[in-house]
Design a protein around this ligand. Structure first.
Ligand code: SRM
Ligand code: SF4
Length: 563
């Protein structure tokens, strides 16, 4: 392995993530942080960005970029109380500029915060019992967990495991408390026993899936745990390792990879398994090249047998043989459903997770009204965020349903009643104007693109086709596009790679069909394919399966699920 990257130096010299963040935040001369502190801020759940819509105009005017920040919650399993939602709503309205953004990893970002307001924003979040520790950065990221509302008891158990794991793997440093809450500053000599002084080589992601739903896209996680439920009880988890989506255009040594199944563990072995896996990556991940620093590359470089044996050695137990499981879907279940505890759950479609009052919709006001109603009449109800950027209103007593329906109707939160399957399923990453890595539009393009795609489906008698479309503004793949039936990956403004033939359960990756094409070309290509699909599909075949069967492209092999 080569010389450690500069970020390794920044981390190691940071006195456990303190750096000069306090000075940077206090500096009134610039809206930015010092260069090293920009990196350290990520470990605190914040990100420095600039408004890309005005970048060029400000450059011409010789002004510094319009620096803004987002903060992201650590929110294992995506669960908030109604009061916590109200606190996030308040944070977004007081300090942010783009409403609440529910992410593809079951948490919330508040964008557009001015540096001067960052501490107040974080304090507001903390006052509601939440934190932003390790929501970004080279650490264990938000632990995601299935949101299936029908199995209340198992969901609660898995959510508890996700929360415990997130806490266990969180940095031990007091830097976050000192920087944001004014805890007295120390010299940073407290131990960081698990993550080490240089933290992880790169982000690390763990997720819990509950078949038959693969809503968390378990094959995209560094460590995926697939719940095995026998006789209504959680028997344990099948373990998958080495998933990841990110890649760079034109750099063959970077690639998306689906996680590999290596065995089965019991629920009491989750922490040891996770610690073993995380520390393998801590010790063996590539610290010289950040493009080669995710666990998936360590898995491929070392080989799966070595990884499995090393996990067993570090965890102190042998993995059992994996057990059979089957995924049937991964989208969210919208509308009302009764859980096995007699409470009701409402799945709401919120396009691209954007909860905003923008002149066209008043979804932020609507969600606030729902949260306020619950806070008063059912404080133990929950708002559960999904990994598809949607939300569930969970644990609602039957008598509140009518009031919630009235609010959703008034504030355009009842799209689940009117949207087509396509409109319910599309996922798009944030991209412009905030994402510094965006090469093309994503979220902001969707109101133009989705109706056109629906128009094509309608023309070919495919109105209700549950197409699984994912769009990312660059190849980092924040919408997990490489697992979609149709993916559009940004290459340059207005230009995308069109990828096809993933499967609708997230068990087969797609492959490139056309490179670097614009919207008219995308629509022409898909039009031709939809004609064929309508005429040649077999039975209830999904579009992605059709593209694979008829060799429109040759996708990588499907992952075995039943050993
Ligand atoms: Fe992501 C970087 C947004 C989920 C892979 N991601 C970014 C940054 C922070 C850009 C940056 O580094 O400057 C984006 C901020 C945009 C903005 O303005 O908000 C960003 N990622 C997002 C979110 C908000 C997308 C969304 O529309 O919901 C998701 C927030 C996750 C969270 O709540 O923790 C988000 N990102 C993902 C996922 C999906 C997942 O985790 O399930 C992936 C693919 C899975 C994976 O990690 O392999 C993902 N994001 C990346 C990568 C590629 C990493 C790699 O291995 O190469 C980057 C770039 C990087 O890290 O250098 C990235
Ligand atoms: Fe930004 Fe690329 Fe992620 Fe989209 S996929 S949010 S453009 S990093």
């Amino acid at each position: 392995m080569g010389k450690p990257s500069d970020i390794e130096r920044i981390k190691s010299a940071s006195r456990h993530l303190r750096g000069t963040l306090l000075e940077s935040l206090a500096n009134p001369i610039t809206g930015a942080l010092r260069v090293d502190d920009v990196q350290l801020l990520k470990f605190h759940g914040g990100y420095q960005q600039d408004d890309r819509d005005v970048r060029e105009a400000r450059r011409v005017a010789k002004l510094e970029p319009a620096y803004i920040f987002f903060v992201r919650l650590r929110l294992p399993g995506g669960v908030l109380t109604p009061r916590q939602w109200l606190a996030m709503d308040d944070t977004a309205r007081r300090f942010g500029t783009h409403g609440i953004r529910m992410t593809s990893r079951q948490t919330i970002q508040v964008h557009g915060i001015d540096k001067r307001n960052l501490r107040a924003a974080v304090q507001n979040i903390h006052a509601s019992g939440l934190d932003t520790i390790a929501a970004c950065g080279d650490d264990n990221r938000n632990v995601v967990a299935a949101v299936n509302p029908l199995l209340s008891a198992v969901h609660a158990q898995i959510h508890e495991q996700a929360q415990a794991l997130s806490l266990h793997l969180r940095p031990q440093s007091r830097a976050w408390f000192e920087t944001w809450l004014g805890e007295p500053a120390t010299d940073g000599s407290e131990p960081e026993p698990l993550l080490g002084d240089a933290y992880m080589p790169r982000k690390f992601k763990i997720g819990f899936a509950v078949p038959p739903e693969n809503d968390i896209d378990v094959y995209s996680q560094d460590v995926g745990l697939v719940a095995i439920i026998e006789d209504g009880q959680l028997a344990g988890y099948n373990v998958l390792v080495g998933g990841g989506m990110g890649a760079s255009h034109g750099d063959a040594k970077t690639y998306p990879r689906m996680a590999s199944l290596i065995g089965f563990i019991t629920p009491d072995q989750v922490t040891a398994l996770s610690v073993a896996t995380l520390t393998i990556q801590r010790d063996h991940g590539d610290r010289s090249d950040r493009k080669h620093a995710r666990f998936k590359y360590t898995v491929d470089d070392k080989g799966l047998p070595w990884i499995k044996a090393e996990i067993e050695r570090r965890a102190g137990f042998t993995l059992q043989r994996q057990r059979p499981f089957r995924f049937t879907q991964r989208g969210d279940r919208f509308g009302w459903r009764e859980g096995d505890d007699g409470r009701w759950h409402l799945g709401l479609r919120i396009p691209f997770g954007r909860v905003h009052d923008d002149g066209k919709t008043t979804r932020q006001a609507g969600m606030r009204e729902i949260a306020a109603l619950l806070a008063e009449h059912a404080p133990d109800a929950q708002i559960r965020l999904t990994p598809n950027q949607n939300a569930f209103i969970a644990g609602v007593p039957g008598e509140l349903r009518a009031a919630i329906d009235a609010i959703t109707a008034k504030h355009d939160l009842d799209l689940y009643r009117s949207e087509t399957p396509l409109g319910l399923n599309v996922i798009a990453c944030v991209a412009f104007p905030t994402c510094g890595l965006a090469m093309a539009e994503s979220e902001r393009w969707m109101p133009h693109l989705v109706p056109k795609l629906q128009g094509l489906l309608d023309q070919h008698g495919l109105h209700d086709e549950p197409l699984d479309v994912r769009v990312s503004g660059c190849p980092n793949g924040c919408s997990r596009p490489y697992l979609a039936e149709i993916a559009l990956i940004g290459k340059a403004p207005g230009r995308y790679n069109l990828m096809l033939a993933g499967d609708h359960r997230g068990q087969r990756m797609n492959a490139v069909y056309r490179e670097n094409i614009d919207e008219p070309a995308i629509l022409t290509e898909l039009d031709a394919l939809f004609v064929r699909f309508a005429a040649e599909r077999e039975g209830g075949e999904h579009f992605g399966d059709f593209c694979a069967r008829t060799n429109v492209v040759t996708p990588p092999a499907e992952r075995e699920v039943t050993p």
